[in-house]
Design a protein around this ligand. Structure first.
Ligand SMILES: *[C@@H]1O[C@H](CO)[C@@H](O)[C@H](O)[C@H]1NC(C)=O
Ligand SMILES: *[C@@H]1O[C@H](CO)[C@@H](O)[C@H](O)[C@H]1NC(C)=O
Ligand SMILES: *[C@@H]1O[C@H](CO)[C@@H](O)[C@H](O)[C@H]1NC(C)=O
Ligand SMILES: *[C@@H]1O[C@H](CO)[C@@H](O)[C@H](O)[C@H]1NC(C)=O
Length: 300
């Protein structure tokens, strides 16, 4: 029923309909069009379709100037970076990772107005490293430009702390121990080893992060913390684990993120209060002009 052709055709119609609207105002789509655009995103998110999105420009679901925020990580500006994070991160079934690859989705909540869609989607991941098939509930707000491209998104990984604990519990059997501290320590060794391998392979010359394997392992397992469920964009091992997957796409951009400095991505730069009150987005998330100047809207 939801063939990709139908989705694209609907998206094109939506774009044509919206073109009549002034470029300063957010475009207006029908509920039907927004439902199609939402499904188009998730269809492209699944592996292996997501591989095609990593380098995408004209075919990207993102607008060139997209702004994105993910609650457990941080904010991401621009299409190139967002292609790499949203699609590149989940397209490597053979690489050690916590969540693995998305293989199915089910939209369980959806409402939409003007150019904004809010949804909850249960995405099934094949967590190949842990050896489980696991559902993730992902809450999203999406805003589309006149061409049907995502110009803003705001994502919350619902129950992510519960997920992380469940994955650690699942590793008890694999690691043959019931001691949570031992599980975390063993996982830290595994993650650090693969991060150090990536650093050695891809971060050379001016992108060098660690002089030796020992220095790398010591930093990742001894000098930086493992990280809590909300700390995937802070100075943690888990943050460098996330960024490890992107290094191969653009070492110049991503090597610093897995290094000791964290390169403005894995850093403790914001307090809880600053995160919650950050005025980041260009467009208000309240449709139809009802709260254009709320505290999350950027003044610049
Ligand atoms: C993306 O572009 C890079 C550099 O041009 C290339 O090496 C890589 O194979 C491309 N990846 C895909 C999936 O097209
Ligand atoms: C979502 O799940 C329901 C119930 O299991 C199923 O009938 C439906 O086909 C699924 N939809 C998608 C898009 O996967
Ligand atoms: C999950 O990934 C593993 C390893 O690639 C594969 O053997 C298995 O068939 C996958 N499971 C599903 C349901 O796709
Ligand atoms: C798991 O640990 C228990 C207790 O330490 C030990 O007796 C057992 O041989 C271990 N099993 C495997 C498969 O390593």
């Amino acid at each position: 029923m939801h063939s990709i052709l139908l989705l694209l055709a609907t998206a094109a119609t939506a774009a044509a309909a919206a073109a009549a609207v002034s470029s300063a105002d957010p475009p207006t789509f029908s509920f039907d069009q927004l439902w199609a655009l939402e499904n188009n995103l998730w269809t492209n998110f699944l592996y292996p379709a997501n591989i095609q999105q990593i380098n995408a420009t004209d075919d990207s679901v993102f607008a060139d100037n997209v702004q994105g925020r993910v609650d457990i990580t941080r904010t991401f500006d621009g299409r190139e970076l967002n292609n790499e994070y949203i699609f590149g991160l989940f397209s490597q079934p053979d690489s050690v990772s916590l969540t693995g690859i998305p293989i199915a989705y089910n939209i369980t909540q959806f409402t939409a107005n003007q150019n904004i869609a809010s949804a909850t989607t249960v995405v099934t991941f094949n967590a190949t490293t842990v050896g489980v098939i696991v559902p993730l509930a992902i809450d999203t707000w999406m805003a589309f430009d006149a061409h049907g491209k995502i110009v803003q998104y705001d994502v919350t990984f619902r129950w992510f702390d519960y997920l992380l604990d469940s994955l650690l519990l699942g590793l008890q059997q694999k690691y043959n121990t019931t001691d949570p501290a031992t599980v975390q320590r063993t996982l830290a060794q595994t993650l650090a080893t693969t991060i150090c391998e990536v650093a050695e392979t891809s971060c050379t010359g001016t992108n060098l992060q660690y002089r030796t394997r020992d220095e790398c392992m010591q930093f990742l397992t001894g000098e930086t913390r493992f990280g809590k469920a909300y700390e995937l964009g802070r100075n943690t091992l888990l943050c460098r684990e996330v960024h490890k997957h992107m290094v191969q796409y653009r070492p110049d951009e991503h090597c610093a993120h897995i290094g000791p400095s964290g390169g403005n991505m894995c850093v403790d730069d914001m307090s809880y209060g600053q995160v919650v009150t950050q005025a980041y987005f260009s467009q208000s998330w309240v449709a139809n002009g009802y709260a254009d100047d709320n505290m999350w809207v950027s003044r610049t």
